[in-house]
Design a protein around this ligand. Structure first.
Ligand code: ADP
Length: 218
């Protein structure tokens, strides 16, 4: 029987993944080699075990092959993270997500065939940098080195104007793909409707074009 999720490493990052998945009603196996951490997650996760995941036999005994998705959130100990990841790849786990601590760690994880490498500290740093540069940028998602999606508050110069009036695509080369109004999100915004105060635009485009759009209109 294929089980849901296993989270290895119950520090801040792994712990928060474990809590959220459990809150969403998913069955999570929480694993750590620290007894105190495991005890803490016994109340939260479906099941929690003490194990050193750098040992292949231990992982097999846990039945790690039966899990559909394994998340490796070992933070400081890069060697343990890499070793655990190698074993999971060798065991043929369908989905493996590993947290990388730095670019060097990420490169190795890519090379050994980890499906999904995440870099939460770097990504959060970038997001915060963008929101510091521009107070109007509420959120930022990097799509590639040169392209992003941003959430930006409609500026004074835009209020009362329609998307046709603003002609963002022709003038700035980026697209307004959705408009948020409070809790509602309109994913196919009308080209004729006037923008209102407090509208939040979701804009996709090249970083340069988004910056130009933001400098001129927001
Ligand atoms: P964060 O930066 O997300 O807080 P930490 O480095 O504090 O990450 O936490 C990583 C967790 O991984 C710790 O609870 C640690 O005990 C656990 N861990 C480290 N090495 C192993 C290992 N070989 N097997 C299982 N768990 C491990």
């Amino acid at each position: 029987m294929v089980k849901d999720y296993a989270v290895i490493g119950l520090g801040r990052f792994g712990g928060s993944i474990c809590r959220e998945l459990s809150k969403e009603g998913k069955q999570v196996l929480a694993i750590d080699n620290d007894e105190n951490r495991v005890n803490e997650y016994k109340k939260i996760a479906y099941h929690a075990v003490i194990a050193d995941t750098t040992d292949e036999d231990t992982l097999k005994d846990i039945g790690i092959q039966n899990f559909e998705h394994v998340i490796v959130a070992i933070g400081e100990n890069i060697q343990a993270s890499i070793l655990t990841a190698v074993i999971l790849v060798d065991l043929g786990i369908k989905k493996i997500t590993v947290k990388a601590k730095n670019d060097y760690h990420e490169k190795i994880l890519d090379k050994i065939g980890v499906h999904h490498v995440v870099h939460p500290e770097r990504d959060m740093g970038r997001k915060i940098a963008h929101s510091i540069i521009s107070h109007n940028i509420l959120d930022y998602l990097e799509l590639s080195d040169e392209h992003s999606i941003v959430e930006v508050k409609a500026g004074k110069r835009m209020i009362g104007k329609s998307l046709i009036d603003l002609d963002v695509r022709a003038k700035y080369g980026c697209n307004i793909v959705a408009i948020k109004q409070g809790r509602t999100i309109n994913v196919s915004p009308s080209a004729e409707d006037a923008l209102q105060e407090d509208d939040v635009l979701i804009v996709i485009g090249a970083d340069e074009d988004i910056s130009r759009f933001e400098r001129n209109l927001v």
